[in-house]
Design a protein around this ligand. Structure first.
Ligand SMILES: Nc1ncnc2c1ncn2[C@@H]1O[C@H](COP(=O)(O)OP(=O)(O)OP(=O)(O)O)[C@@H](O)[C@H]1O
Ligand SMILES: [Mg+2]
Length: 148
């Protein structure tokens, strides 16, 4: 009987993923935090592969010591980006679910502009084109939608 679970957050930058975790008072494995730990720069986009290798390593370590819930705090925009968590979930026999932050691009744009760490406008537009909302068919036990 499995008690562990992986919660994959999905949403554009500024869609409210980190704010939601903060409201719930839980920490997640954040790709930006890991960027900061590795490169002393939370915005360094040149170490993408290393960042996600590290994130998956930390996730496996958490599962190995039986942590009940792990949130993956990254944009996770496509099925290909989300698939590794479904695979890890299977190998540890735990449930994987998705939470989709369905905030309109305009809202994300406004929040992004008002923030300390501003993501370039073109990068946000590219993300919006890439975004494929998560579906149960990918292997998620459930998909929850949070309106933005
Ligand atoms: N529901 C909300 N209502 C109003 N403001 C919000 C809401 N959710 C988030 N914000 C604000 O919008 C900004 C961006 O939110 P947040 O940092 O949670 O986005 P994110 O999805 O984690 O983005 P990123 O992928 O870049 O980390 C923050 O300043 C946050 O306080
Ligand atoms: Mg965030």
């Amino acid at each position: 009987m499995c008690v562990m679970r992986i919660v994959v957050l999905v949403g554009l930058t500024g869609s409210g993923k980190s704010a939601w975790l903060e409201r719930m008072g839980v920490g997640g494995l954040s790709s930006d935090t890991i960027r900061g730990l590795l490169a002393d720069d939370e915005t360094d986009q040149t170490i993408h592969q290393r960042v996600f290798e590290t994130l998956r390593y930390l996730l496996r370590q958490r599962l190995a010591i039986g942590r009940e819930t792990t949130h993956i705090d990254a944009t996770n925009l496509t099925p290909a980006e989300r698939a590794p968590y479904i695979g890890i979930g299977k190998s540890y026999g735990c449930e994987v679910e998705a939470v989709f932050f369905d905030a309109p691009l305009e809202v994300c744009r406004e929040r992004n502009a008002r923030r300390q760490r501003v993501v370039p406008e073109e990068a946000l537009a590219k993300m919006a084109l890439k975004l494929k909302p998560p579906e149960v068919g990918e292997g998620f036990a459930r998909v929850t939608v949070v309106a933005g």
